[in-house]
Design a protein around this ligand. Structure first.
Ligand SMILES: [Zn+2]
Length: 98
């Protein structure tokens, strides 16, 4: 699902609140998109929503990462899950010194 409309914009750490926390945690991490391509998470997009991450002014944003390979918009909670998968794999490989 894509949300390329007037309400989508790039979102930054300086929005504060949960948005800032999410971006700080996720920035620079890697994940696999549903299309199978690896993405380095650098750019965060968002639009105002009643569900999502709150900034320091109490406004709620549906945050997502756009995949330029397949144009899929990966919702913030999927971003978090998918980064977790890669981290777990790396940890497992390290453990066995592969
Ligand atoms: Zn993709």
């Amino acid at each position: 699902m894509t949300h390329d409309n007037d309400y989508s914009r790039e979102i930054y750490e300086n929005y504060g609140g949960d948005v800032e926390k999410f971006i700080k945690d996720m920035k620079g991490e890697e994940l696999f998109c549903m299309c199978g391509k690896k993405i380095v998470v650098n750019k965060f997009m968002a639009y105002p929503s009643d569900k999502g991450l709150m900034d320091d002014e109490g406004e709620i944003w549906w945050v997502y990462v756009h995949c330029e390979h397949c144009n899929y918009d990966i919702a913030y909670w999927k971003v978090k899950n998918r980064i977790g998968v890669i981290k777990a794999e790396k940890k497992a490989l390290k453990q066995f010194d592969i």
